[in-house]
Design a protein around this ligand. Sequence first.
Ligand code: ATP
Ligand code: MG
Length: 429
Amino acid sequence: MSFAYDQQPEAEAPQGETPQGDAVENAGVLPRISIQAFCETQAIADTLQQARTDRRASRTQMSVHMGGVAAAIEFYEEAPTPNIIILESQGSGEQLLAELDRLADVCDADTQVIVIGHNNDVLLYRQLMSRGVSEYLVAPIGPVDAIASVGRLVSSEEGKQLGRTVAFLGAKGGVGASTVAHNFAWSMSQDLLKTVTIADFDLPFGTAGLDFNQDPAQGLADAIFAGDRLDESYIDRLLWKCTDRLSLFAAPSTLERDYDLEYEAVESVIDHVRGLVPFTVLDLPHQWTTWTHKTVTSADDIVLVASPDLGNLRNAKNMVDLLKQHRRNDRPPFLVLNQVGVPKRPEIASQEFAEALEIPCTVEIGFDPQLFGMAANNGQMIAEAQANAKPAEAFRQLARAVAGHNDAPAGANGLIAQLMARFTRGGDS
Ligand SMILES: Nc1ncnc2c1ncn2[C@@H]1O[C@H](COP(=O)(O)OP(=O)(O)OP(=O)(O)O)[C@@H](O)[C@H]1O
Ligand SMILES: [Mg+2]
């Protein structure tokens, strides 16, 4: 049982903005469960409606009703109970406990109950827990808090924490999305000591194998086309270890077959990989098909790589606008401006580029064909080719931003550092 009671955010996130707090980073995708909510206030009903349409809840069957516990009792006298019931109650402790006892009579034993109350009361919390209530949340809450709360119940049931995915997408072809993805993954594993895998989804042309000077016999295509044979032990055998903490799910990079991918097959592979590795870098080709679109919009985080010209700006703007629409409770994509400063090329200044997109530019990487060309030809990462190079520091900065590490100077007061982390999380971190 988790002690959600102690972890409430202090204020409700305004609609459409990312809530502060750990929930955004910790809430994962919910499995195919049924959830029914009975609210008393419009504010909580609105919040749960936002949760219902969030990408993390897209696999659930969720409905939101008014009428609180009394309506729930009436409803379940006739209908079967779902996996999880969420109840809002403004009532006093005694009244709520009496109502919950009546609800228990019409509820299946395996249904879990989350109560959203308006009283920050330890005694009530204990009484609810002793009656089998799984979580007690104190209003106000944000949509992602509600999802995280359901997620805690489900994951504690399965005893398993799912890994996070970071999708890398280029605003145009050839802007360096894969190069940035691979160097980011390298920095995550080397500098931040995370266990990371790279899934190279550019099946016919991907360069992850070349970039790491590896030639795995099998990889991502085998998993995607495995059908019923796909399970975690099969995936585990396909993951190619580059270092202790970095593994590779390489593309075949051959043209022996056509690669028309079904999103369901891609989703199933990503789900299994998430069960095995804490961080998965999704290196996506520059294309817009059903599977790329759905893979991007359902990733935990997105890094958009662009070069500073007008075509990139137009495409990036379309992507950012679409993501905003589909991911209202997520932080915006991280913007990387790459290949900046190509000699004689007229360019859009990074500040102007970022302002047009209405998101900050997380890092800017200069055009350095000698360094990047040498690293690519030697099968090395930039930090291996030249540890103190500016781009190597940019990749470290990007890794810290995505991982949620704050950049407070060494020796900064711990409390201030924590506050800074709270402010930057969900914002421009
Ligand atoms: N900052 C840079 N300076 C110079 N060259 C770079 C830079 N970043 C990437 N490159 C080079 O640009 C080329 C294209 O990079 P990459 O394959 O990573 O692009 P991509 O966006 O993944 O392309 P695709 O659309 O094919 O997926 C590579 O040769 C790479 O070494
Ligand atoms: Mg690529």
